[in-house]
Write a protein that binds this ligand. Structure first.
Ligand code: ADP
Length: 629
């Protein structure tokens, strides 16, 4: 029979497996057992919801059969089995929904990481086998089919005999080499410890014939060997065990297996609730954002079990969007098995559970922030953006839940700080919580607009994510203190006297300012004498709700209107800077030149803001014109 080819990407992965230098080859067993358990889950679910199958929970079993003579390890299950088509599609291609992403990621990451990250399941059998045979009979079908492959060359599928439904996988192990003893996977003691290590919580018995010895009857010192069909796993799902029975290693391993991550989680949250709703939850905060986290492809949600039976893989309603990075599962006896997705959304129990989970996640994050600052900062680097989106989402409905979880870079502390810390340090006379926006901490630090606020000894929070200012405008206040951008026109810093002084100066120069405003018509809504600038000549500020940063963000959105959003720009001039005197002189002597100067100053202010300038060529010509004078 002619061998069929694997799909290209499957072939690539297969090759990775065959030539793997991955040190944990033993994980193949965990992968195959977990597939067997999934297959039983499917059938058991059918049995529970159908009622006519006559199947009982006790009927299900996974078996391991090592055969030292033949050099084979066989793994069987009596789960749902596979039809001929399923054998071909499931084993001939990578069944992962993320296969495309996988390909992209392939270029970037080390092969070894890929194996860990994607947990490529069935193919891991080829790390230890030279030949793999899968015989399967789908439940309810009277045909059985055999899939066989020796690796990358391809595979064959042909009919076979199989008395029972389910799947039987026979691995012909590779011959031992100096570095690698594949025969260890025929040793019952070794197999037993691997099951304990990786698959203890599988909910169906994993059985194997184990040779044991006992004293011979009627004799004191003679022993006889006998075979016992032993159940190797304890079958209690990890999440149903007591916390003190579980090691950190077990929690981490469970996470990595189940959620295909190569790194231990940053935080494990294990809870049991009783009362209005009774449930177990095991949740994890990953140590890094999944590669597709900030894309549309990322699907949030927790696995949902009803009394130990998986009813949904990603139940989105259990987790709010702003905590969408949390992976994990919930197991509750209060949920009906037959519940549909649509009904779940309105399920009262589910809502109660979701509320409890949200509270728990939040309090765990707060504790981390309080006691493990470094860990929290790392967490925030990964997922802080999501929290900020959360503030902005749903018209600010969740801002109270999230506001104390935010971190911003502080101008005075030179590190990330919370709003609470900022507020706690504020001087009594300070009216506002000041913030400044820009692309990076460095850039914001140099903004001329920050001068006066810094001069007054006030702390400034630096907002470097596009969403920051939107989140802050949604927050509006922290406690009773309003947020104020350093680019806003009135920073509330001057004394009455200073204000009077400033007003006088404006009055004296009002004609020139009006002239400047007129010459920058269509570009700025006003030209004023700045109260913010100390040493710098000019800066831009804005009038109204849209700031320069918001303008940038809104216009860069994919669906931005053709008619670009424009902030109402105000050109601020520093009256104590020598340039001001020059402007006054020109107003008196040479108004054409003053027009040019106005345009130059405006362009400089744009450059400082990091906004593309309108006509770079003209700007360059103007500067050159000045240079040759
Ligand atoms: P994954 O299990 O992550 O989907 P695998 O490569 O391990 O990826 O398996 C591919 C598919 O093959 C599974 O999704 C399942 O549909 C099918 N499969 C694997 N092993 C079995 C089995 N023992 N019984 C029934 N179906 C199986």
């Amino acid at each position: 029979m002619a061998a069929k080819q694997f799909k290209t990407e499957s072939k690539r992965i297969l090759n990775l497996m065959i030539h793997s230098i991955y040190t944990h080859k033993e994980i193949f067993l965990r992968e195959l057992i977990s597939n067997a358990s999934d297959a039983i889950d499917k059938l058991y679910y059918k049995a529970l919801t159908d009622g006519n199958t006559g199947l009982n929970r006790d009927d299900f079993v996974i078996r391991l059969i090592p055969d030292k003579e033949k050099g084979t390890l066989t793994i069987t299950d009596n789960g749902c089995g596979m039809t001929k088509d399923e054998l071909e599609t499931n084993l001939g291609t990578i069944a992962k929904s993320g296969s495309l992403n996988f390909k992209q990621d392939m270029q970037k990451k080390e092969d070894i990481e890929i194996i860990g990250q994607f947990g490529v399941g069935f193919y891991s059998a080829f790390m230890v086998s030279e030949h793999v045979t899968v015989a399967s009979r789908a439940y309810g079908s009277d045909e059985a089919w055999k899939w066989e492959s020796s690796g990358a060359e391809g595979y064959t599928v042909e009919p076979c005999e199989k008395a029972e439904y389910g799947t039987e996988i026979v691995l012909k192990l590779k011959p031992d080499t100096d570095d690698e003893k594949y025969s260890q996977f025929l040793d019952t003691y070794r197999l037993k410890s691997l099951v304990k290590k990786y698959s203890d919580y599988i909910r169906y018995p994993i059985k194997m014939d184990v040779e044991k010895s006992r004293p011979k009857e009627g004799s004191k010192d003679e022993y006889e060997t006998y075979t016992e069909n032993e159940t190797l796993n304890s079958m209690v799902p990890l999440w149903r065990k007591n916390k003190n029975e579980i090691t950190e290693e077990q929690y981490n391993q469970f996470y990595k297996d189940k959620f295909s991550d190569y790194e231990n989680p940053a935080k494990t949250i294990h809870m049991y609730a009783e009362g209005v709703s009774t449930f177990h939850a095991l949740m994890y905060i990953p140590a890094h954002a999944p590669f597709n986290f900030y894309t549309r492809d990322y699907e949030k949600g927790l696995q949902l079990y009803s009394n130990g039976v998986l009813i949904m893989d990603k139940c989105a309603d259990l987790i709010p969007d702003y905590f969408s990075f949390v992976r994990g599962l919930v197991d509750s006896q209060d949920l009906s098995l037959n519940i549909s997705r649509e009904m779940l959304q309105h399920d009262r129990q589910l809502k109660l559970i979701a509320e409890r989970l949200e509270k728990k996640i939040r309090s765990e994050l707060e504790t981390m922030l309080k006691n493990k600052r470094e860990d929290y900062e790392k967490f925030f680097k990964n997922f802080g953006l999501q929290l900020k989106y959360g503030i902005y989402q749903d018209y600010g409905m969740h801002k109270d839940v999230l506001k104390d979880l935010l971190l911003f870079y502080s101008s005075t502390e030179k590190k990330m700080v919370t709003l609470k810390e900022y507020a706690g340090r504020m001087k009594e006379s300070q009216k506002y919580i000041y913030y400044a926006c820009g692309d990076s901490v460095d850039r914001v630090d140099k903004l001329p607009q920050t001068e006066a606020v810094k001069d007054h000894g006030c702390e400034i929070l630096y907002m470097t994510d596009p969403v920051d200012e939107f989140a802050v405008s949604m927050l509006a206040k922290y406690g009773d203190k309003e947020f104020k951008s350093v680019s806003a026109d009135d920073l509330g810093l001057e004394t009455e006297e200073e204000k009077k002084e400033a007003a006088k100066k404006v009055e004296e120069n009002k004609d020139m300012l009006a002239f400047l405003k007129d010459s920058l018509k269509g570009k700025v809504s006003n030209v004023i004498l700045s109260q913010k600038l100390k040493t710098h000549p000019v800066c831009l500020s804005t009038n109204g709700a849209i700031s320069m940063e918001m303008e940038k963000v809104l216009n860069s959105m994919p669906n931005a209107e053709k008619e670009k959003v424009k902030a109402q720009r105000v050109l601020e001039i520093n009256a104590s800077h020598p340039i001001f005197q020059k402007l006054c002189d020109l107003y008196r002597d040479d108004r054409d030149k003053l027009k040019q100067y106005a345009s130059l100053l405006y362009t400089q202010a744009l450059l400082i803001e990091g906004v593309p300038i309108e006509d770079p060529v003209e700007f360059s010509n103007q500067v050159c014109g000045l240079m040759i004078q």
